[in-house]
Design a protein around this ligand. Structure first.
Ligand SMILES: Cc1ncc(COP(=O)(O)O)c(C=O)c1O
Length: 387
């Protein structure tokens, strides 16, 4: 007996592989996008209180607790002036990963095509494949990590049902401009295509970059589901709380899939995330300031190591070109960095389709959601690369 053909091409995720190798070699781990420090104390206290109150230790309502759905709607109003119906237009999910999966399952039919901009978050293609739909890939090109408008247009046709857009973008650190989003939006309207908009890094933006939800572009709200994550917004990846919002007709599709995937999301964590949404706007400002400092430490470390990179505009990732210090591809460099230098990163070829992997053969991804000490230790080790 063996497993289904549906999952036979999936393999082990790159994160598991790298974490195992990093542990074996006691490497400073800048691989997975997982902070090595806690999110806000008051949010953790709200979780503890929720556990001890005895009011949240049984199933939560399937679509999410009302306070959290309201929190998501208020946040969309406060930051983007969007009017969301907390009752029918918001669904709470166990992380953004489940939100993406259930969006695909609930909105895409077998045989449909789904456009995926690459490099992609690695759960997108398996989601499309499990829905018996066909992924169609459009690459971002180095060194600026922008798409070619002709390649984007060529990916759209009558079979296209949806496009998955991720901005601020993991792993490139790009924040799509209004012009880029308008190009995507115009094609979606021309070909009657839905957008699954993964905006989990909406609050991790730097300098003059501005996050624009594609749903706020003219006539796009009706055809967009927008996804967020408490893992990213409040620094609690272990809680696995995410959400989807959009027009009730689309959110209903996601909900129907969600109710038979997990039904409900961790109840005490939802109470705490509902509390997190009541924190003032200075929370987000401090969060950005904290990460701007970390980004700068990361950039100094890369520079000292002789790696070239474009300063990320968003997320806590940076793509670095190692071709001046190493002769080999991204997988070989990652292994070298872990085993010889003692720092773990991720080879981004895992985030490209086979046809486009060559685009990233000189790059690796570093995650800088780490304590300053961790980043400095990584920098000291990586300085050996130049020597
Ligand atoms: C672009 C993107 N989407 C979704 C996720 C998953 O979020 P969650 O942990 O809430 O499932 C991640 C996590 O790294 C991500 O980078």
């Amino acid at each position: 007996m063996t497993y289904a053909r549906r999952v036979s091409s999936f393999g082990t995720t790159i994160f598991t592989e790298i974490n195992n190798l990093a542990r074996e070699h006691q490497a400073v781990n800048l691989g997975q996008g997982m902070p090595d420090f806690d999110g806000p104390r008051e949010v953790i206290e709200a979780a503890a209180q929720a556990l001890l109150s005895g009011e949240a230790n049984q199933y939560a309502p399937g679509p999410g607790i009302p306070a959290l759905r309201q929190g998501v709607a208020h946040h969309a109003k406060a930051f983007y002036n969007m009017d969301i119906d907390p009752q029918n237009g918001v669904l709470v999910t166990p992380g953004a990963t489940e939100a993406v999966f259930c969006s695909i399952m609930g909105l895409v039919d077998p045989g449909d095509e789904v456009i995926i901009i690459e490099p992609f978050f690695d759960s997108y293609p398996p989601g499309v494949i499990m829905a018996n739909a066909r992924p169609v890939y459009v690459p971002l090109h180095p060194p600026e990590w922008t798409f070619d408008p002709d390649e984007l247009r060529a990916a759209f046709n009558d079979k296209t049902r949806a496009i998955v857009v991720n901005t601020p973008n993991n792993p490139t650190g790009r924040v799509f401009t209004r012009d880029e989003l308008t190009l995507i939006a115009d094609l979606c309207k021309e070909f009657d295509v839905l957008v699954i908009s993964d905006e989990v890094y909406e609050h991790l933006i730097y300098d003059n970059a501005r996050h624009i939800p594609i749903a706020t572009l003219p006539d796009m709200f009706e055809r967009t589901v927008t996804i967020g994550s408490a893992g990213k917004t409040f620094g609690m990846t272990g809680w696995k709380v995410g959400w989807v919002y959009g027009p009730p007709e689309l959110v209903t599709g996601v909900w129907r899939s969600h109710q038979f995937t997990t039904f409900a999301t961790n109840h005490p964590a939802q109470k705490a995330v509902a509390h997190a949404f009541t924190m003032g706007s200075n929370y987000y400002e401090e969060y950005q300031a904290l990460y701007t400092q970390k980004r700068d430490l990361m950039m100094q470390a890369l520079d000292a190591a002789g790696l070239k990179s474009i300063t990320p505009q968003g997320t806590y990732f940076v793509m670095a070109d190692f071709s001046d210090v190493f002769d080999g591809d991204d997988v070989a460099f990652t292994k070298h960095l872990i085993t010889e230098i003692g720092v773990a990163c991720i080879p981004p070829s895992a985030f490209f389709s086979a046809d486009h992997r060559y685009l990233t053969k000189d790059h690796v991804r570093f995650a800088f959601c780490k304590s300053d000490d961790t980043l400095k230790a990584a920098g000291e080790r990586m300085a050996k690369l130049r020597g």
